[in-house]
Design a protein around this ligand. Structure first.
Ligand code: NAD
Ligand code: UD1
Length: 334
């Protein structure tokens, strides 16, 4: 298939382009390079032997985005482009709603105009909010989101569902990612956080790289194995492979499916820290702090639907996720 990948030079998008190319698909990337850089295209070429066609276009610029649709006949779209910093979304909500909602609507309108029926959208486990029991199941529906970023994911899910009801030829898969971490085994692709990382593993990576003094562990009084928060970490390469299965599923079905992508297993902050210490070969300094506002104690996926509909099961374990993250971090310093 010829697939438009918005946000394709970003962290998850770049890994997904590699897996799409390796599966024989043709990839066209649209990205405004707000949170990524052009050299990612060379890295994709080094890994796959193919340099994807690239357009530096902001999805808010509908005229320029339409040029991309005029020049290419797409079979499908995977939509990653968006802002993703939770704290920032609280501070500048309108910017988040504009980029993640108005930008997405531009894209969906062009898909309708150019009759591109198949879509995979990057949603998040954040749409479950704190309303449900673990493991989170797709049938729970949408919970109460606690920040504008999460609300943009929930609104996109609602918009796509309504759009597909009105257009019965459409087929969309809404992937609810749990916590993507890790990097490509080549050490060439990974996550480069903008400023101080909010997420656990990018923060640990910066402590290990000497950019931060210690990890702040947000609370050790939760009702969990060791009192620290538990999450379902998934290797970004597993997540990328799930996108290949999801877009192929979309192309052979109709309607809207919501599918969790996680491992189904939870690890505490201290367990992740230990795995990272094993990967880098030394202790990593940390301090226990107060709980972070808005955090939930435990979050992990029910993965039955991904297995049943997509035949997807995550392969990498937490040690491999930390080893690959560490390798990428070491390469950044070179
Ligand atoms: P990322 O920031 O690395 O990638 C997003 C890409 O989109 C970047 O390359 C950025 O330059 C581009 N972009 C942003 N706004 C754009 C615009 N208006 N026009 C064109 N390009 C634009 O983020 P990521 O971690 O790869 O996440 C990809 C998607 O997955 C996002 O929608 C994110 O919200 C979602 N998601 C991420 C996580 C996570 O933990 N990383 C979890 C759940 C969902
Ligand atoms: C966060 C976001 C969520 C988003 C997800 C993936 C919040 C409240 N939630 O979720 O909306 O979908 O990232 O991008 O920001 N931790 C520490 N020290 C740190 C960082 C994290 O102890 O420096 C702990 C957290 O308290 C949590 C765990 O590590 O228990 C994972 O945190 P994080 O990586 O931020 O992911 P989420 O909390 O799942």
């Amino acid at each position: 298939m010829k697939i438009l990948v918005t946000g394709g030079t970003g962290y998850i998008g770049s890994h997904t382009c590699v897996e799409l190319i390796n599966s024989g698909h043709e990839v066209v990337i649209v990205d405004n390079l707000y949170n990524s850089s052009l050299d990612v295209l060379d890295k994709i070429e080094t890994i796959t032997g193919v340099k994807p066609k690239f357009y530096k276009v902001d999805i808010l610029d509908k005229e320029k985005l339409e040029e991309v649709f005029k020049e290419n006949k797409f079979d499908a779209v995977i939509h990653f482009a968006g802002y993703k910093a939770v704290g920032e979304s609280v501070a500048i909500p309108l910017t988040y709603y504009e980029n993640n909602i108005a930008g997405s609507i531009n894209l969906y309108q062009l898909m309708k105009k150019y009759e591109v029926r198949n879509l995979v959208f990057s949603s998040s486990a954040t749409v479950y909010g704190d309303d449900f029991e673990v493991p989170f199941k797709e049938e729970y529906g949408l919970g109460t989101t606690t920040n504008p970023y999460g609300t943009t994911k929930k609104m996109n899910e609602m918009i796509i569902t309504d759009m597909d009801k009105a257009e019965p030829e459409n087929s969309s898969v809404l992937l609810r990612y749990f916590n993507p971490i890790g990097a490509h085994a080549s050490g060439l692709l990974g996550e480069i956080p903008n400023g101080i990382p909010n997420n656990l593993v990018p923060y640990i990576a910066q402590v290990v790289a000497g950019q931060r003094d210690f990890l702040r562990v947000w609370g050790n009084d939760y009702d969990t194995v060791d009192g620290t928060g538990v999450r379902d970490y998934i290797h970004v390469v597993d997540l990328a492979k799930a996108h290949v299965k999801a877009i192929e599923y979309a192309a052979s079905h109709k309607g809207t499916e919501v599918i969790n992508i996680g491992t189904g297993k939870g690890y505490s902050v201290m367990q992740v820290l230990k795995a990272y210490e094993k990967a880098c070969g030394h202790d990593i300094p940390y301090q226990i702090m107060e709980r972070r506002p808005g955090d939930i104690a435990v979050c992990y996926a029910d993965t039955a639907k991904a297995e049943e509909l997509l035949g997807f099961k995550a392969q990498y374990d937490i040690d491999e996720m930390c080893e690959d993250s560490y390798r990428f971090t070491c390469n950044l310093k070179k």
